[in-house]
Write a protein that binds this ligand. Structure first.
Ligand code: MG
Length: 383
């Protein structure tokens, strides 16, 4: 029986993790749960799951949550870190859409835990720090469906015999939209993902292909493969979740219907396989699968992410922070869809990257990028 703490329990990945735990009551149990600020949702989950402690990222909730929980309640990034390092938790699921998850992730690894990582921003901003920590203690398993696919394809293989990694992308809701129309797409259209149900930030990132760019950087740290050897192919059906090509030309892929509960269960129960409550893939029902090259003219975020991956150092942090602010401005209808890459690129152009940054430098640069992006958006809105 393994104890599980979930950083980001009320989100899409958090809830699907709880569903997997519910299906394996003999193997998994809940230890700690966290939320951003949604205390009603977390209090419902706490009532159902009886965690040993809960935490909120928002520091200002003390008054609002009085009497709502039977267990200790903590706050802020320190609270999340307490949940991530609780002695009864062997596995920590990290699933909050921000690079701030880097701190609880590093702490969990330091405490020797298995981290099942959904937050790609952790590796985008602090990949080198995570890799350093993993040499000392802890274990890192991907929950991102593409990276779970690569991880599964690499079982029993020698990573030095990998020629390239091929990440599949659904192409998002605007895969076939002409450039002119992309300038006018609405928030609702961007949030209507054709194959995956996810949180708002990652859904918009999927529509711009920034998500795939972040996944290149994520894969680079997870598998120790240089970004130049990580390719992206658009596959609208989201059945092939990614592929590994070996030096002999053989290609392995992992296939299933798109359902995050499969990669979540694989990360929680690895190396064991057990029945999973997902619908089975029937190839004859799928019929046809298509593959096409990504278009970096209509989706410049992919080009920017490749550039950031190549430059390395603090550049991915700058890009990711700028993207987060720009996506929020798009969701608030302050800027258009194609303004997201334009603003991100403007911020990246103003940054002098620092190699091998410390944690402090990562936060400083992250703040710098957020402030500059907000300033550029203010000017943009005013003009
Ligand atoms: Mg993914």
């Amino acid at each position: 029986m393994k104890g599980v703490s979930i950083i980001g329990a009320t989100g899409s990945i958090g809830r699907q993790t709880l569903d997997i735990i519910a299906h394996h009551p003999d193997k998994l149990r809940v230890v700690g749960l966290t939320a951003g600020r949604d205390f009603e949702a977390l209090s419902e989950l706490a009532f159902r799951w009886r965690p040993k402690l809960v935490a909120f990222f928002d520091l200002n909730l003390a008054e609002a949550i009085k009497g709502k929980f039977d267990c200790p309640v903590l706050f802020g990034i320190e609270g999340l870190t307490e949940v991530a390092t609780h002695p009864d938790a062997e596995i920590v699921v990290v699933a909050i859409p921000t690079a701030k998850a880097l701190l609880p992730t590093l702490a969990a690894l330091k405490a020797g835990k298995r981290v099942a990582l959904a937050t790609k921003e952790v590796l985008v901003s602090g990949g080198h720090l995570i890799v350093q920590q993993l040499k000392q203690s802890g274990e890192l398993l991907p929950i991102d469906s593409e990276h779970s696919a690569l991880f599964q394809c690499l079982q029993g293989e020698d990573v030095s015999k990998v020629d390239k990694l091929i990440l599949t992308a659904s192409g998002g809701p605007f895969r076939t939209k002409p450039l002119e129309d992309l300038k006018r797409v609405s928030v609702e259209e961007a949030l209507a993902h054709p194959t995956w149900k996810m949180g708002a930030k990652v859904t918009v990132d999927s529509a711009t292909l920034m998500n795939k760019g972040l996944e290149i950087i994520e894969a680079r740290w997870l598998f120790g493969i240089s970004p130049e050897r990580i390719e992206v192919v658009v596959h609208p059906q989201s059945i092939v979740h990614s592929l590994v090509e070996f030096v002999d030309g053989s290609v392995k892929a992992q296939l299933s219907l798109p359902d995050m509960r499969l990669p979540i269960q694989y990360a929680l129960l690895y190396p064991e396989r057990h029945p999973c409550p997902v619908q089975r893939l029937e190839l004859t029902k799928v019929g046809t699968m298509n593959f096409e090259p990504p278009d970096e003219v209509r989706f410049p975020c992919l080009r920017l992410a490749k550039q950031a991956a190549k430059v390395g150092g603090t550049m991915p942090t700058v890009m990711n922070a700028a993207d987060e602010i720009a996506v929020n401005a798009f969701l608030r209808r302050q800027i258009g869809f194609m303004d997201i890459p334009a603003i991100v690129e403007a911020v990246m152009e103003r940054h002098c990257p620092i190699a091998e940054p410390s944690l402090e430098t990562v936060w400083e640069v992250d703040d710098w990028s957020r402030n500059l992006t907000s300033e550029l958006i203010r000017k943009f809105v005013a003009s």
